[in-house]
Design a protein around this ligand. Structure first.
Ligand SMILES: *[C@@H]1O[C@H](CO)[C@@H](O)[C@H](O)[C@H]1NC(C)=O
Ligand SMILES: *[C@@H]1O[C@H](CO)[C@@H](O)[C@H](O)[C@H]1NC(C)=O
Ligand SMILES: *[C@@H]1O[C@H](CO)[C@@H](O)[C@H](O)[C@H]1NC(C)=O
Ligand SMILES: *[C@@H]1O[C@H](CO)[C@@H](O)[C@H](O)[C@H]1NC(C)=O
Ligand SMILES: *[C@@H]1O[C@H](CO)[C@@H](O)[C@H](O)[C@H]1NC(C)=O
Ligand SMILES: *[C@@H]1O[C@H](CO)[C@@H](O)[C@H](O)[C@H]1NC(C)=O
Length: 242
C-alpha cells in the first residue's frame, strides 16, 4: 500500500511540468530591469533586438533558441536548455538577436513532436510544426530536426502514408532534440509499436545523428530483436487506425 501511495505520488510529480519562459536583465546576476518572454518571437526588431544588446544576464526554464535573423533564421545567438524545469541563470551579453523561440509547445508536459525545416546554417531554424494528434503527415518539407516533449515516443516513417522504414524515437525528458541528418521522416504516429519493426532511437542517450555511420556503435540503438523498455517505463503505444 505504501509503495502504491509512493508511486502514485511519483506519478503526480512526473505529471507536473513547466511553462517555458525566459527573462532578460540589464544587470548581472538577474539585476536591473527585466523583461520576460513566454511566446515565440519571429521578429524582435526594432525594440527588443536593441533591448537585448543591453542585457547582462538572463534566467530561463525550458529550451530557448535565439537567431541572428528574423523568422528563426541562420545563426544561433542563444541555445540553452533546462529540460527538467530547473530555473537556470547566467551572465551573458548577446550579439544581434532578431528572433527567439522555445522548442515545441509552451507546456512541455504535453506529449508532442515538432518538426523543423531548418535554415542554411541551422537545422533547428525555419518553419516549426508541432503535432499532438495520433498521426501527422503532409509536412510540406522533409524535416532536418525534431523535438519531442512530454516524455513521449513517436514512430517516424520514410513515406508520407505511414509506410516504409521506420524509427521509434523515445525520450524520458520533458524536452529533447533529434537531428534528422540521415533519417528521412515524412509521416509520424504517436507511440511505438513492435508491428512497425522500427529501429529504436533513444533520444536521451545517443549523441550522434541517427543513421550516421557511428550511430550503430551506440548500445541505445536497438534492433527489433531487443525491442526495449530502456527507462523502466513502458513506451506509450498508440495504434494508428486506418
Ligand atoms: C555574474 O556576474 C556577477 C558580477 O560580475 C558575479 O558576481 C556573479 O558571480 C556572476 N554569476 C555567475 C552565475 O556567473
Ligand atoms: C517571416 O515569414 C512570414 C511567413 O512566411 C512572412 O510573411 C514574413 O514576410 C517573414 N518576415 C520576415 C521579416 O522575413
Ligand atoms: C547571420 O549569420 C549568418 C551565418 O553566420 C551570416 O551569414 C549572416 O550574415 C548573419 N546575418 C546577419 C543579419 O547578421
Ligand atoms: C536539472 O538538470 C540540471 C542540469 O541540467 C541539474 O543540475 C539539476 O540537478 C537537475 N534538477 C533536477 C531536479 O533533476
Ligand atoms: C530500408 O532499410 C533497409 C535496411 O537498412 C534498406 O536496405 C532499404 O533500402 C531501406 N528501404 C527504404 C525504402 O528506405
Ligand atoms: C565516426 O567515428 C570515427 C572514429 O571515431 C570518426 O573518425 C568519424 O569522423 C565519425 N563519423 C561521424 C560522422 O561522426
Amino acid at each position: 500500500m505504501l509503495l502504491r501511495l509512493f508511486s502514485f505520488a511519483t506519478s503526480i510529480f512526473l505529471a507536473l511540468g513547466f511553462v517555458q519562459e525566459i527573462t532578460f536583465y540589464t544587470e548581472p546576476n538577474a539585476g536591473g530591469d527585466g523583461f520576460l518572454f513566454r511566446s515565440k518571437q519571429p521578429d524582435l526588431s526594432p525594440h527588443y533586438s536593441s533591448q537585448l544588446r543591453m542585457v547582462r544576464s538572463y534566467c530561463y526554464t525550458g529550451w530557448w533558441i535565439g537567431f541572428n535573423e528574423t523568422n528563426y533564421s541562420n545563426q544561433n545567438t542563444l541555445n540553452q536548455d533546462s529540460a527538467n524545469g530547473t530555473v537556470v541563470c547566467r551572465n551573458a551579453t548577446f550579439p544581434l538577436t532578431m528572433s527567439l523561440r522555445y522548442q515545441g509547445p509552451l507546456d512541455t508536459t504535453t506529449p508532442s513532436v515538432s518538426i523543423y525545416s531548418g535554415t542554411i546554417s541551422n537545422y533547428a531554424g525555419g518553419i516549426e510544426r508541432t503535432f499532438t494528434a495520433l498521426a501527422a503527415t503532409n509536412f510540406g518539407f522533409v524535416p532536418k530536426y525534431m523535438v519531442l516533449t512530454g516524455r513521449s515516443s513517436w514512430t517516424g516513417f520514410f513515406n508520407d502514408d505511414f509506410t516504409g522504414n521506420s524509427t521509434c524515437f523515445s525520450t524520458s525528458e520533458l524536452v529533447a532534440q533529434v537531428y534528422l541528418t540521415e533519417i528521412t521522416v515524412r509521416s509520424l504516429v504517436k507511440g511505438c509499436d513492435a508491428k512497425y519493426e522500427s529501429e529504436y532511437y533513444d533520444v536521451d542517450k545517443i549523441l550522434v545523428a541517427a543513421g550516421s555511420e557511428n550511430a550503430t556503435r551506440y548500445p541505445t540503438r536497438y534492433s527489433q530483436h531487443h525491442y526495449p523498455h530502456p527507462h523502466g517505463f513502458p513506451l506509450r503505444t498508440t495504434r494508428y487506425e486506418n
